[in-house]
Design a protein around this ligand. Structure first.
Ligand code: AHM
Ligand code: MG
Length: 313
């Protein structure tokens, strides 16, 4: 433990100092710091950049916004220059970008540079999501991640990371430095908020019954349509569940295993929560392709178990 409550710290603990206390190698410290530096340019792009379309599409055939393309470029450039990365995969790139084939002491990174980008024009919160593996293989089970993190661009900018030793939150200060705001974030066993993605009239019967159960027990609906702020709410309040289930016509839901689900599942598990695709933990899924999607139920362990009961009962 390095600090106490926000506002009660005698001195500010910055991200690099905190990372150095985690017993991880210097290259990983450097990599996470480089990503945090890149996020400062992404937030600048979000705040002031062009809101139009880029005229290109990503590997899902979705139209890319100028901000998607710019954020992707910012992230990739920084990762390439970091000197500690061999392979890079992005939700906005068709293929793996190989920086070097020499994996010795290096890391591979999968990221969504600007998740929820279609919300920027209505000024809702968005974020960058990052998954890190040791070596060059990006198609590994999420449980093998050595680190996961996100940066949330909301009224404040926060950065949440784990390297397998709990989950820690940093907030950007007036000097654009990330300083520790919450250490070892823990989730309660059960929650009182729910965040349901997708069209409810396309839910299957089990998911519909689960939502009715949540409503009947008085859980509050909290869904912004941005995965990062929605997960951040569940994680930081420590209470609740986010679901993006299979939909009629979309049996794997919408969200992507490599770029969105694995890193969030890692963080939520590290905080004492759970994440499942309805049958097995998200972190045990072996990805077969970069663009793999999966349904997700993620949050407090008892809520996720209850969802499984309705889904499989
Ligand atoms: P994106 O990666 O194209 O931005 O899409 C992901 C977003 C998530 O932020 C969010 O959870 C989800 O799409 C919302 O989808 P829906 O509008 O179908 O509920
Ligand atoms: Mg996304």
């Amino acid at each position: 433990m390095m600090s106490s409550e926000p506002g009660k710290t005698k001195f500010q603990i910055d991200l690099r100092r905190h990372l150095r206390s985690q017993n991880i190698d210097d290259n990983l410290v450097h990599l996470i710091c480089e990503i945090s530096e890149a996020s400062k340019y992404v937030i600048n792009a979000v705040r002031t950049g062009d809101l139009g379309v880029a005229g290109t599409s990503n590997l899902y055939g979705e139209e890319q916004l100028a901000l998607d393309v710019l954020s992707d470029r910012i992230m990739r450039k920084r990762l390439v220059k970091s000197g500690v990365v061999c392979n890079i995969a992005s939700e906005e790139m068709d293929e793996i970008y190989q920086v070097t084939s020499d994996s010795d002491g290096l890391y591979s990174v999968a990221y969504d540079p600007l998740d929820g980008s279609s919300l920027v024009d209505v000024n809702l919160a968005v974020g960058t999501i990052v998954s890190i593996f040791a070596g060059c293989d990006l198609l590994q089970e999420g449980r093998k991640q050595v680190a996961a993190m996100y940066i949330l661009y909301g009224p404040r900018v926060s950065l949440v990371y784990s390297v397998g030793n709990g989950v820690h939150e940093f907030t950007m200060n007036q000097l654009m430095e990330f300083t520790l705001s919450r250490e070892d974030v823990r989730m309660h066993p059960a929650g009182n908020i729910y965040s349901p993605g997708g069209l409810r009239n396309k839910y299957n019967e089990g998911d519909e019954k689960f939502i009715r159960y949540l409503e009947a027990k008085g859980a509050k609906l909290r869904y912004s349509g941005g995965f990062v702020p929605d997960i951040n709410q569940v994680l930081m309040k420590g209470k609740g569940i986010f679901i993006y289930p299979a939909l009629n016509g979309s049996p794997n839901g919408k969200l992507r295993l490599l770029f969105e689900l694995n890193p969030m599942a890692y963080l939520i598990e590290q905080a004492g929560g759970a994440a499942s695709n309805g049958h097995v933990p998200i972190l045990d899924l072996k990805p077969e392709s970069l663009d793999q999607r999966a349904p997700i139920y993620i949050g407090c362990t008892e809520d996720v178990s209850k969802a499984m009961e309705y889904l499989n009962g």
